[in-house]
Write a protein that binds this ligand. Sequence first.
Ligand SMILES: Cc1cc2nc3c(=O)[nH]c(=O)nc-3n(C[C@H](O)[C@H](O)[C@H](O)COP(=O)(O)OP(=O)(O)OC[C@H]3O[C@@H](n4cnc5c(N)ncnc54)[C@H](O)[C@@H]3O)c2cc1C
Ligand code: FES
Length: 260
Amino acid sequence: MQTAQSLARVVDARVVARREPAAGVVVLDVRAPAIAAAAGPGQFVMAVPPSAGDTSVALGVYDVAEDCLSLLFVVVGDRTRRLAALHPGEMLSLFGPLGNGFDLGAGANDVAIVAGGVGIASVLLAARALLRRGSRVRLFYGAATAARLVDRERFAAAGCEVVVATDDGSEGTEGFVTDALARAAPADLILACGPTAMLHATAHAAHAMRVPAQLSLEETFGCGVGACWGCVVPVASENGVAYARVCREGPVFLAEELRW
Ligand SMILES: Cc1cc2nc3c(=O)[nH]c(=O)nc-3n(C[C@H](O)[C@H](O)[C@H](O)COP(=O)(O)OP(=O)(O)OC[C@H]3O[C@@H](n4cnc5c(N)ncnc54)[C@H](O)[C@@H]3O)c2cc1C
Ligand code: FES
């Protein structure tokens, strides 16, 4: 898995652009050259909103362009509300890049990426890297309803084949995105990020298709750096089951190593 813990740093970053691709979803582009240069697919940052003391929130590195990185987030509580209130010119603190991201497997020429809801925020860098090296990339993107789908044009413009599924059938096929995945021709590799139930279903589909899968977990984080053990998940070990910290050993795990 991609890792850059040793490159992680704290920076003060200026917001250079802000948009709302859907109601309650915000994308901030922030100037943070050191983090932008080091961030790999599937890694995350801890973002400290202004006036939030030392309270930070884990967010995937959505995109990178020159000395800026993009953060895409859903406004759910106090910290994301504070971040959503930022406008161009204002500052926030970032710590990162953190975590072990996706391993893009040199031999994988046909990759299926499964994204559910805000899970879309953690897969664009992987798609871009795979496309750059000539792999076919199919994005299976699921959301409750069409209004919650964001930036699918951005993935299509990058060169992904985009398959959409919505729970209510308002765009794409009706039903779970993992059903669309299971109906499609098998890929060489599956990468996924989204709600736990979606990750479970992805693991089942991958197992049935005999395709290796890497799953990015979005456990609730405390410290985000491996100190509090508040984010552990059971994983296979030589002695049966052990506990791994999602923030430190993850957030990306092989589907077969998780014991959930
Ligand atoms: C590695 C990692 C990467 C992440 N990347 C992203 C990302 O790129 N974009 C993003 O939007 N989020 C991402 N998250 C999730 C984000 O860190 C949480 O949503 C965070 O708890 C929000 O903080 P808050 O203070 O705004 O809300 P909190 O105070 O933590 O939560 C407020 C309320 O909303 C509920 N809640 C918490 N999280 C969610 C959720 N995801 N959906 C619905 N309800 C929720 C809680 O139960 C609580 O009742 C990531 C998490 C991890 C661990
Ligand atoms: S959040 Fe503290 S150890 Fe992972």
